[in-house]
Design a protein around this ligand. Sequence first.
Ligand code: 5AD
Ligand code: SF4
Length: 362
Amino acid sequence: MNNFDKILKNGLETSSFSEEELVLMLDEKNPENIQKLFDSANAVKLEIVGNKVSLRGLIEIGNVCRKNCFYCGIRRENFKMERFELSQNEILADAELAWKFKYGSIVLQGGEIQTEKHITFIEDTVRKIKSLTNNELGITLSLGEQSLETYRYWFEAGAHRYLLRIETSSPEIYGRIHPADHLFNERLQALYDLRTAGFQLGSGIMFGFDGQTSADMARDLLFLKKLDVDMVGMGPYSIHRDTPMGRVHPVQNNADMLTLGCKMIALLRILMPDINIASTTVLQALAPDGREKGLLAGANVIMPNVSEVRFRKAYQLYDNKPGIDENADCTRNALEQSLHSIGLVPAYNEWGDSKHFKNRKN
Ligand code: 5AD
Ligand code: SF4
């Protein structure tokens, strides 16, 4: 047995890799070995989680953000970005559509806003979605860093999962890709607070940007395991031309980034067999079948966009965001077909909580 096979076999048996082993896997160039990694991770997923794909109807509620992250298209100082905020009725209409589509759950995603008005607006909107859908629709929030009090308030209103990416587990890299007033420790504290408030905890990272090594990415994966997250949404960095990072390094190789994205998913699936892992939209931006590739490398969640088409263009974190011209109906049909074509089944009418959360509670 060669070294790659030995490490992979041991990883599968123990659900663990050392940092050095992860680096070796991330740096692997042989396509046959890479495919072996994807297939093994997919087999772990099929055994532990099954062949159902959990669905989250994604509602982009607004692109106003108080933060100024160097990589993100909706950063505060991108003055070229036209700003929008959905009204409550618009959000309710999207939520109702997701419910009618039997998506089972939704994600309300938007920039970080900490005003009293916004906090109350979200609370009220969550309550209304719950009552409008007879409590049937699960609600995940992805609205940035907030106080423990706010997290509690939103949890009590009926949201039960929250996504907040750490972006990188290295405080030093965090400092390079964010302005000085975005503090790594505050982000970490917010993750602890989310758990205290009762949320199922989702986090994730962004990877593949300049100045980050395979060892950094390996440590990111080990960090997610140590944080014992219930769900992960992570993906390759993708350029947005009107950002400080996009202006400095305006090119990247899409095929390489997609392979890296799938490797990260596969390694995480082996490290944490029972969590939810999303095949994120950014993979689809890198290749038309990117999202399916992510699912075949071990991801089990997708987030079809249910926002109205006219707002999708404005929620552009990176260039070439997919699906901005297609309406929710098209998205749904294409989705069903593409899942069936790779032997997977959409999990209609299910919240799709992670097994990891249930296992941890028991
Ligand atoms: N490329 C890839 N992902 C990005 N995000 C923001 N900007 C980019 C980009 N240019 C991700 C971050 C953030 C999430 C909302 O989107 O990880 O947490
Ligand atoms: Fe705001 Fe998130 Fe974009 Fe940072 S990454 S600017 S917090 S939306």
